[in-house]
Design a protein around this ligand. Structure first.
Ligand code: ATP
Length: 303
């Protein structure tokens, strides 16, 4: 019995891609939960399977194995109506804040659309009031920002509009795929702080996807380290980062000059040479990682 049951759960999820004669396991035996008011960081280098995992949760990919559950019930309705109902609750924020906004339309339009689709109870002035409330929620001045087009906004402001759109829909779960990696270092902290505040104030469940292990402890309570489509290590973020048990996690951390360095410090970026070294060492240590058994995993249990 838990006081905070999972909103979204993955149970033994697997997804294999077929590329001609080759197969790639994008996800293998993934099991984890997303809880209200908590952030789970999904960390791994490029190609580890993070986006595959996000797409399975968004139901853009259908898993070959395992089950996706929403409030404990298997999600099986793949009709447009079923998908719309699911995506009212589960939304995604993408890496590129510009690509997800239509340059021809104003901020007001971008927020009016989801309200028209998902908040049909709102009419007339109540819609404008809601748009202004959403903009205030993401710490933007409604009078100034609502009439603007995406190109009039900074990267950080655009990402805040994308966050406001997920709130307009009424999402309970947000999948944030590298939400700050294309932003100036100077505005990253503000966007992550906003996500943290929304998680606390609105009880959102967040999956924070990043290749940058140094930012994970800033936003997440829990962390999973992924490699080759599998979870290699997971648990409390401080426990994992301060006492990593898996060789791969250790190597990822050793590629960061100092895990205590703030994420907005350029020194916290992974050194590409070190990352290459990590990858090569991991391949040697775990040559069969794609079919690895339980001995290859480590789970930090609560103290
Ligand atoms: N649609 C697809 N078709 C074929 N292979 C795919 C597809 N999507 C992902 N893959 C493969 O699955 C593996 C995991 O890819 P994925 O994009 O999930 O990794 P990632 O950790 O998100 O990487 P990145 O950080 O670069 O986005 C990779 O080997 C990738 O080539």
């Amino acid at each position: 019995m838990t006081a905070n049951p999972a909103i979204v759960s993955l149970q033994n999820i697997g997804k294999t891609f077929h590329l001609g004669a080759h197969t790639v396991r994008g996800a293998h035996d993934l099991s984890f939960d997303l809880h209200s008011g908590r952030t789970l960081a999904l960390v791994g280098e490029s190609g580890s399977g993070k986006t595959t995992c996000a797409r399975i949760i968004m139901r853009e990919y259908i898993a070959d194995e395992g089950q996706l559950l929403f409030h404990g019930t298997p999600v099986t309705d793949n009709t447009p109506k079923g998908l719309k109902q699911y995506r009212k609750n589960v939304q995604m924020i993408f890496q590129d804040p510009f690509a997800s906004l239509n340059p021809a339309h104003t901020v007001d339009y971008h927020l009016r659309r989801p309200l028209a689709l998902y908040r049909r109870d709102l009419k007339g002035k109540a819609v404008t009031d809601e748009i202004h409330a959403l903009l205030r929620q993401v710490e933007l001045d409604p009078e100034l920002v609502a009439p603007k087009h995406p190109h009039d906004l900074s990267g950080g402001q655009r990402q805040r509009i994308n966050i406001a759109r997920t709130l307009a829909v009424g999402a309970k779960v947000i999948i944030a795929d590298e939400p700050t990696s294309m932003l100036d270092v100077s505005v990253r902290q503000g966007v992550l702080e906003l996500l943290n505040r929304m998680k606390r104030d609105l009880g959102l469940a967040l999956l924070y996807i990043t290749h940058d292990v140094a930012t994970a402890h800033y936003v997440a309570e829990d962390i999973m380290v992924m490699y080759g489509g599998q979870i290699l290590e997971w648990g409390d973020v401080n426990a994992v980062l301060s006492n990593p048990q898996h060789d791969y996690t250790r190597m990822l951390l050793s590629a960061v000059p100092n895990p205590e360095i703030r994420f907005d410090d350029p020194q916290s970026r992974l050194d590409p040479t070190a990352v290459n070294a990590v990858r090569e060492q991991a391949k040697q240590l775990h040559p069969h990682v794609k079919t690895a058994g339980p001995n290859h995993f480590y789970r930090h249990t609560a103290a």
